[in-house]
Design a protein around this ligand. Structure first.
Ligand code: SF4
Ligand code: SF4
Length: 439
């Protein structure tokens, strides 16, 4: 079937060659792990353990308040709870359970379900919720909630997101290559939940090995799933752009994908749905790409959640040269870290280290009205105007001009010849406008 090209978009430098051939390696998390109580969209969890308590890998250590949006948190190691305290996390500080790893990897007894294919929709959703699964593409929205859209928004198309358009990151690519069978089994769960929907995997055509592995895995179990190779274009993996590329449908401003009958799940999330439902294993680890020209031995690692970023860098051979910037995520949508003692959380897909020579920031210059930012904006916005409104703190006009539709993809900043801090100002303005609206 033909795909459609979403409007705008850019071709940022790949950087994927550093790790795309690096198989996933289990990572020893070291001595201290930190589990923030807020690592999903929804209410922060409440701790279920106390200082000094012995815990096991896979043990539930925190759960969301009764009746509130959120998902459970499980320990990824065995050991002792050292403290429950404020700790640095990506983007600030947050109450966290700090665990001293005993290195023995003693596990709870996971409940395998050999007849998982026969489970009811309700049972599947309940297991996914209890297993702490969120969207691993970075959104961190509770998966069980996403899989249960309102009855007046029937889903006719489920899209597995394997686009991984963010430069440098290859963790999803490796998952599709190395664990295609698990992803295929995960789609059987999606089929159980949405029996009448068509299922399509959307991924960029620069991942031929993943396309082959997935196609083989679906064929092996007779799954009716289309694998769709899409053009390499950033931000192909953004939900709205992927939906348009696969179905030609546009999600209206302020609406969710279910408004156009679609549901998108990241491939890593789908794999973890299978591990949770069939093998009884909650979300304890995730695959992370540690990469960049400033890291000695870039690679893909299976990382226990709660591992400190400093430990990831150590295992990946340490810094190469003078590190200029360490970013959680990729270069387009990631967050620069100001310290390395922050933990890996459910939404951490990569750690990127750029040497100082790559991070010299040119000063902002005046906008020359070249219009390039408008050309590349995949949401059809006028970034230079929104930037001006953000700087004027005119939040009503910012909202009126569609500022809240910005998906923070960074395409405008990437292309601006005047080095305007477009996405940064828009991100900030969105937060402020949303806070004003809540008030
Ligand atoms: S790309 Fe930069 S210089 Fe060109 S119109 Fe947009 S903000 Fe102005
Ligand atoms: S960051 Fe926002 S304004 Fe800039 S290109 Fe992306 S969607 Fe458009």
């Amino acid at each position: 079937m033909k795909h459609r090209l979403f409007r705008g978009g850019v071709h940022p430098e790949g950087g994927k060659e550093l790790t795309k051939d690096k198989p996933i390696v289990p990572l020893d998390p070291g001595g201290t792990l930190v589990f923030p109580l807020s690592q999903h969209i929804g209410a922060p969890c409440l701790p279920l353990v106390e200082k000094g308590q012995e815990i096991l890998r896979g043990q539930l250590i925190a759960s969301p308040p009764e009746g509130r949006l959120g998902v459970a948190i499980h320990s990824s190691v065995s050991g002792k709870v050292k403290s429950i305290e404020m700790r640095p996390v990506v983007g600030g500080r947050g109450v966290s359970v700090v665990v001293e790893n005993d290195g023995l990897a003693r596990e709870v007894s996971f409940e395998e379900r050999p007849r998982w294919r026969e489970l009811s929709r309700e049972s599947i959703l309940s297991i996914i919720s209890e297993s702490g699964i969120v969207g691993l593409g970075g959104a961190c929205f509770p998966t069980s909630v996403k899989l249960n859209p309102p009855p007046d928004s029937p889903i006719d198309t489920v899209i597995l997101n394997g686009a991984e358009c963010e430069p440098y990151l290859t963790c999803d690519d490796r998952i599709m290559q190395e664990h295609a069978d698990d992803v295929a089994c995960g789609t059987e769960l999606l089929r159980r939940i949405f029996p009448d929907a068509r299922i399509v995997v959307g991924l960029e055509e620069n991942k031929p090995e993943a396309i082959e592995a997935l196609s083989g895995a679906f064929a092996a179990i007779g799954a009716d799933v289309e694998v769709r190779a899409l053009p390499v274009m950033y931000p192909q993996g953004s939900e709205k752009q992927l939906i348009f590329a696969v179905t030609g449908r546009s999600v209206p401003s302020g609406k969710l994908p279910c408004a156009v009958g679609c549901l998108v799940q990241n491939v890593a999330t789908v794999r973890n749905m299978y591990l949770a439902v069939a093998q009884g294993r909650p979300l304890m680890d995730r695959v992370i790409t540690v990469t960049g020209e400033g890291i000695a031995e870039p690679g893909n690692f299976l990382v226990p959640l709660g591992t400190l970023v400093s430990r990831l860098i150590e295992v990946a051979g340490g810094f190469k040269g003078d590190p200029g910037k360490v970013i959680a995520g990729g270069p387009m949508m990631g967050f620069a870290l100001t310290r390395l003692d922050v933990p890996v959380v459910k939404g951490t897909s990569g750690i990127l280290v750029q040497p100082r020579s790559m991070t010299l920031v040119e000063p902002e210059r005046d906008c020359i009205r070249c219009g390039r930012c408008i050309e590349v904006c995949p949401m059809g916005l006028e970034p230079y105007r929104l930037n001006r409104l953000a700087l004027l703190e005119d939040y009503d006009a910012f909202v009126d001009e569609g500022g809240m539709d910005c998906i923070e993809c960074g395409s405008c900043s990437y292309t601006c010849p005047s080095m305007r801090y477009l996405v940064q100002s828009l991100r900030e303005a969105k937060r402020t406008a949303a806070a004003r609206r809540r008030k």
